[in-house]
Design a protein around this ligand. Structure first.
Ligand code: IVH
Length: 685
């Protein structure tokens, strides 16, 4: 790998992992498994070690488990993002760190070796279950629960005290006379047992609301409910595992936890003191099997040095304690036969094979269906009728098939045949160069694709309209909705003709449609369902083309001049806007009041000194990148995301990008420094 490739890969991993962090921590809806996430993170960490010059200050590798996006991460209590979500952001008294983790026993042994070489004292480990929930930090003062903060970005967390007070296992008052310190902090995990999780998803299904993919997301989502009273019924549990109490003087971690339990706080009953690393490994192996019969989710074992003095001596790295590590269990698998395969057509026309399985227990729930992704994957796995397959839960609600147990294939079993016509409209399927799988090309005629476009449009990350698939199906069948804009012409009378619809559900839906008119431009762009335009690309487009008109008039070259936009995406955009029906949809939606431009008041104008100037930025400045962008825009300039003949200046900070500087030199584009930029703008004021 050369420098350029390394840099590109690091940037790509930074971006991808940030997106996954957002999916996991903010939206509570991950799209990959923890295992897949850890593999990406490992790759990033290794590349950063070899090429430290490309470490970005906002890299997710430097900010473990952040609930916040990088631009809001450094804000304080006044932060508008937190307030918008209804929670005040507060500073943690002690940073909330993460844990080093591994899937490998060799690394557990190396962890042990490191500690043994740092200390010649005899010591033990306390091994605990790694509860798969959401971290919480509680403060008790004089025996009363004073404050509960989420992890946030580790430095600031959201104040969820009112919600935590609704969780039955967290006492608001400690047992009088039990010897608790005057003031202490205690950290732990809030989690949702499988039973409560199933109950919650069942209710969500009845209300046609999006389901939670797993109990962890359900716990995190429940903790952030706007109405505290609603938290009480969610069945949340808590276990506490880390006491921070300068007043106390315990000699071991397990002794501290025993006392914590005496004060009336919930601690885990599954911990064990181990004296050798082999005992630790035995404990891990035991729970890797036994966890399957626990009533809640665990994703590993946490190994902690028990002696508190030794913990102190070992200390911390920037991200995690050196005295503890986590062994993570590989995702659970189940083996079960395929009964039949359905072929589903999505909104983009992609045909997805979904297997119906002999129901099987997996990570606490019963699995009946699993995805085979696409035709290529199905061929790669060489699926035969009635094959026994291994199923794993990914980040998505629907689990995936990862392998076939060929030793159990019956003699003479027939290979599964992928259809060559669309199962919905009968059109001949086609493959698209550069994309896996096959597609139904009948975009505007295939009913499944058209219904799929509505499902995408209303989804949480798009317009966030409270309407389920079954309702869309009914609206479609009744002919009330044909194009996206028809949603905004629905009337109460029409809604009242739907099954299970009463006055209240009808007015809720109309209110939700009205509310969706406030959704920002980038979400609206994503919601349109332009092929290959995901959430992130929609954001990039909205940043570069401040209104839909600007985007619609952009040519292929102009689109491709934007970093992250390649030929396939550019062609999809051009193709979409070339269709009359789409321009009509946009015109009507605009008339209905949807946002098709960035909010004008987002940028407060300071001067015109950079009016009409396209400025490319590279390197590290004395302010954050977002602040620099805002500064340029406030002075009338435009921030370009790549160097082209149209660029007026290249603004370089510390460690500027090599290729950008070279390209600017080649194109004779003036290179200016941060000070020079300030001079240019202050001259004008
Ligand atoms: S100890 C400095 N113990 O796993 C002490 N963490 O991936 C760090 N977790 O941030 C925490 N069960 O949210 C600890 N028994 C346990 C845990 C545990 C779950 C979570 C916790 C932590 C994350 C690290």
């Amino acid at each position: 790998m050369n420098q350029k490739e390394a840099k590109d890969r690091i940037q790509q991993l930074d971006r991808e992992l940030l997106e996954h962090n957002r999916n996991y921590y903010v939206l509570n809806s991950p799209t990959i498994t923890d295992f897949e996430y850890d593999i990406l993170m490992q790759e990033l960490l290794e590349l950063q070690k070899r090429y430290p010059q490309f470490i970005s200050p906002s890299s997710p590798a430097l900010h473990p488990g952040s609930e916040y996006t990088p631009s809001t991460a450094m804000d304080t209590e006044k932060d508008s993002d937190a307030q918008q979500r209804g929670f005040t952001r507060r500073a943690h008294r002690n940073p909330m760190l993460s844990l080093g983790n591994t899937y490998d026993f060799e690394e557990i042994k190396a962890f042990d070796q490191r500690i043994r070489s740092a200390s010649d004292k005899a010591f033990s480990y306390n091994c605990e279950l790694k509860f798969d929930g959401t971290a919480i930090c509680l403060t008790y003062i004089d025996g009363k629960l004073d404050r509960a903060l989420t992890r946030g970005d580790g430095t600031y967390g959201d104040d969820v005290t009112a919600n935590v007070k609704e969780i039955p296992s967290i006492p608001q008052n400690l047992l009088p006379g039990s010897g608790f310190p005057h003031e202490f902090e205690i950290r732990g995990e809030i989690y949702m047992p499988f039973e409560a999780f199933d109950r919650l998803n069942h209710l969500k299904e009845l209300d046609e609301e999006p389901l939670f993919a797993n109990p962890r997301n359900a716990a995190a989502g429940s903790l952030k409910l706007q109405e505290s009273a609603d938290v009480a019924g969610r069945g949340l549990e808590c276990t506490l595992y880390h006491l921070i109490s300068p007043e106390s003087n315990f000699s071991t971690h397990s002794q501290a936890l025993e006392n914590v339990a005496r004060w009336g706080l919930p601690v885990s009953e599954y911990a064990k003191e181990c004296f050798t690393i082999d005992e630790v490994i035995e404990f891990i192996n035991y729970w890797d099997v036994k966890r399957k019969s626990l009533p809640f989710a665990t994703d590993g074992i946490v190994v902690k040095v028990n002696d508190l003095q030794l913990q102190k001596e070992l200390g911390f790295t920037a991200k995690s304690p050196k005295w503890a590590t986590a062994y993570k269990f590989k995702p659970e698998q189940a083996l079960t036969p395929i009964l039949s395969i359905d072929y589903q057509v999505g909104r983009t026309g992609a045909v997805t094979p979904v297997a119906n399985l002999e129901p099987v227990q997996l990570s606490g729930t019963i699995v009946k269906r699993a995805t085979l992704h696409n035709r290529d994957q199905m061929q790669l796995l060489d699926i035969h009728i009635n094959d026994y397959v291994y199923v794993e839960k990914g980040g998505e609600i629907i689990p995936k098939i990862t392998a076939v147990e060929t030793s159990r294939r019956l003699a003479g079993a027939q290979k599964a045949v992928f259809p060559d016509k669309c199962p919905d409209c009968g059109t001949e399927l086609v493959s698209i160069p550069g994309q896996a799988g096959v597609f139904c090309p009948n975009q505007d005629g295939c009913p499944m694709q058209r219904k799929g476009k509505f499902i995408h449009f209303v989804s949480r990350k798009a317009m966030g309209i409270n309407i389920g698939e079954a309702t869309i199906e009914q609206l479609w069948n009744k002919g009330y909705i044909k194009e996206l804009e028809d949603l905004y012409s629905l009337t109460e009378e029409q809604l009242l003709t739907l099954d299970k619809f009463k006055q209240k559900s009808a007015s809720n839906l109309l209110a939700s449609l009205e509310q969706s008119k406030k959704v920002p431009y980038s979400h609206v762009l994503f919601a349109l369902g332009i092929r290959n335009i995901g959430e992130q690309t929609a954001k990039t487009l909205a940043q570069n083309f401040k209104s839909i008109e600007e985007l619609m008039s952009a040519g292929r070259e102009e689109l491709m001049a934007i970093e992250d936009i390649g030929g396939i995406v550019a062609d999809s955009i051009l193709d979409y806007f070339s269709k009359e029906v789409h321009s009509h949809t946009i015109a009507v939606l605009k008339e209905k009041g949807l946002k098709f431009a960035e909010d004008g008041n987002a940028v407060q104008k300071l001067s015109d000194s950079l009016e009409g100037k396209q400025i490319m930025i590279t390197g590290v400045y004395s302010v954050s990148r977002d602040e620099m962008k805002a500064y340029i825009e406030a002075h009338g300039g435009k921030v370009a995301s790549s160097v082209s003949a149209k660029t007026d200046w290249l603004l370089t900070g510390d460690k500027p990008g090599d290729s950008k500087v070279k390209k600017a030199q080649k194109l004779n584009i003036p290179i200016i420094s941060e000070e020079e930029l300030y001079k240019l703008t202050s001259d004008a004021e």
